[in-house]
Design a protein around this ligand. Structure first.
Ligand code: HMG
Ligand code: MG
Length: 286
């Protein structure tokens, strides 16, 4: 039996997506403890923090301190979210071998989130290629608003397809399709994935579903049925983007692990330890 077909990689985004929009300032030591609990739970990939403008995201301004204090296990991959070359350089200074860049399928969200058009965001990424190639980094790319934009409403599949092609032309290794405000229905997910998977193999895609309207569980189930094997999730279900009005947390990692198990997929995550991590961060956030 091919184990690759039977396993799903869950990308734990709680420390980044989960903490970026919390109003309260969470002490660095508590973030570090949360991430260490996630490592102990066997999370195969953890998005630790972002290196973005501290004016835009003050909650993660201690990304450097967090990154140097966490305990890193060789069985987990640690990723940092970066919007530009300055962020990429910070990620390298903080020993990341994996980075995630981010753009969008709708121009208004891109502008509100990163102060540039989609084309300009791609230009920023292009200027980063010599560095990520020289350092042989793993590069993941998010496309936000693949289904619905908080400012423009429904987003056409052709916009998503174009950004996917542009990102693949830049040489990214994985593309995470974002339902930024959790408005996609299972039918919407199936419709877009059919178009995408007619053009590219499922292996290069992840689903990043926010759970604002309790549809994330159904949506990832549709994705798994269509061959998607990478899911983004956040322990405790925390999260949201401050520049996406209405966005609430990602699908919880606890739910994602349960769905994978029910569907016969292994995740390698210890559910009891994961629940402890989720409870820990929920006990801190109020
Ligand atoms: P800007 O103001 O246009 O940038 O912002 P700039 O290049 O003009 O620089 C302005 C200042 O920011 C300068 O400092 C730069 O040095 C500094 P000053 O000279 O004024 O003192 N700066 C930085 N500082 C630290 N790290 C950096 C950096 N870059 C510039 N990397 C920028 C452009 C992209 C920087 C800004 O818009 C930004 O930081 N945006 C990030 C917003 C963000 O993090 N949003 C949440 C993450 S995305 C998300 O949640 C969606 C996702 O989960 C998927 C989904 O759900 O759909 C991924
Ligand atoms: Mg998100």
């Amino acid at each position: 039996m091919n184990r690759l077909i039977d396993s799903v990689r869950i990308v734990e985004v709680g420390p980044r997506d989960g903490l970026q929009s919390i109003d309260q300032i969470i002490p660095t030591s508590e973030k570090v403890k949360y991430i260490n609990l996630l490592t102990d739970a066997g999370c195969p990939e953890i998005e630790v923090t972002s290196f973005v403008s501290p004016t835009w995201i003050p909650q993660l301004a201690d990304g450097g301190e967090v990154s140097s204090a966490i305990h890193r296990n060789e069985n987990s991959m640690y990723t940092a979210l970066v919007p530009n070359q300055k962020g990429l350089e910070a990620a390298l200074e903080n020993d990341f071998r994996s980075v995630a860049i981010f753009t969008a399928a709708s121009v208004t969200f891109c502008q509100k989130n990163t102060n540039c058009t989609i084309e300009e965001s791609l230009k920023r990424f292009e200027s980063m290629i010599p560095i990520w190639e020289e350092k042989q980094l793993r590069v993941r790319a998010y496309i936000s608003t693949c289904w619905v934009c908080p400012y423009e409403g429904n987003v056409g599949a052709e916009n998503v397809v174009k950004v996917i092609q542009d990102l693949l032309d830049l040489g990214v290794h994985e593309i995470s399709l974002g339902d930024t405000i959790g408005k996609a229905t299972p039918e919407d997910v199936e419709y877009l994935l059919e178009i995408i998977l007619d053009n590219w193999p499922a292996e290069i895609f992840a689903l990043h579903m926010h759970d604002t309207f309790n549809m994330a569980a159904e949506n990832v189930t549709v994705g798994l049925g269509m061959g998607i094997r990478v899911l983004d999730a956040s322990a405790g279900g925390i999260g949201g983007c401050p520049y996406a009005p209405g966005a609430s947390g990602n699908i919880s990692t606890e739910t994602a692990v349960r769905i994978c198990k029910e569907q016969g997929f292994e995740t390698g995550i210890d559910i009891d330890k994961l629940k402890a991590a989720g409870k820990y961060i929920q006990s801190i956030i109020h």
